[in-house]
Design a protein around this ligand. Structure first.
Ligand code: SF4
Ligand code: SF4
Length: 97
């Protein structure tokens, strides 16, 4: 017979090894809706701070579907997770002042 622990272990297979769950902290309202639907309990809400355990997350995307403000998304592992500021180097190759 398959126990609840076995089911949770099976759930931990990565659906998309090339993707990571990204939390947009500027958008997150800390409502907890995503935490409640995460099958392997990979999301943690402490006060207003939401974090994800990437090793436990299976990239199922259920949390993103529940988020009322679109704060969660699966992004390529290689994608920058913070905006890259514009380069101070101008088109002529010199640093602008
Ligand atoms: S994608 Fe979201 S709901 Fe699915 S395992 Fe990862 S954190 Fe949990
Ligand atoms: S559902 Fe969205 S707004 Fe609510 S805690 Fe999760 S990421 Fe934040």
């Amino acid at each position: 017979m398959t126990s609840m622990m076995d089911i949770r272990r099976l759930d931990r297979t990565k659906n998309h090894p090339d993707l990571l769950l990204h939390i947009d902290k500027a958008l997150c309202l800390a409502c907890g809706a995503c935490v409640a639907v995460c099958p392997p309990d990979a999301l943690f809400l402490q006060g207003l701070r939401l974090t994800v355990d990437q090793a436990t997350c299976t990239d199922c995307d259920r949390c993103a579907a529940m988020c009322p403000v679109g704060a969660l998304s699966l992004v390529p592992v290689s994608a920058p997770l913070v905006p890259i500021p514009p380069s101070p180097i101008s088109s002529n190759g010199r640093h602008s002042s």
